[in-house]
Design a protein around this ligand. Sequence first.
Ligand code: ADP
Ligand code: MG
Length: 151
Amino acid sequence: MEWNLKTENPEETAAFAMKLAERLEQGDVLTLEGDLGAGKTTFTKALAKGLGIERNVNSPTFTIIKEYHGGRLPLYHMDVYRMEEDSEDLGFHEYFEGEGVTVVEWAHLIHEYLPDNRLEVQIFHVGETERRLTVKAFGPRYINLGKELLG
Ligand code: ADP
Ligand code: MG
């Protein structure tokens, strides 16, 4: 299933991510796609805030995977932008099946390692501060989540 929504500014994107964060459960996997500057990290920061994580989330320059604890659930933030396609498995499954929630920026670069069931958020530039978000649910857990969230 698929939903579309528009945000007019970063705050609206953040508000959506925070609403989503409230409903996340252990083992949930979200993928974020979109050009540089689309808002993937903005989304992840808000998601962390929504999980009650106080540490600032930023896009790791050299670290591909960062863990944030201290919230309602741990957050595993992966930014695989610098990974070569078809490169080695960094133990992704341990995170996907771990005790927290995993968010993957540029997820298509590790598509072979992604779980079949996941929520995919694509962010498209529309204007300077306007974005279109396409949310795609794969698997019953995420179809339910999407329905609860987006109708
Ligand atoms: P990415 O991680 O996709 O490269 P970032 O989240 O780092 O992108 O940067 C997105 C930039 O775009 C931020 O400076 C953010 O404030 C800005 N922005 C403007 N409008 C929006 C919007 N509607 N949603 C999200 N970010 C927006
Ligand atoms: Mg980013």
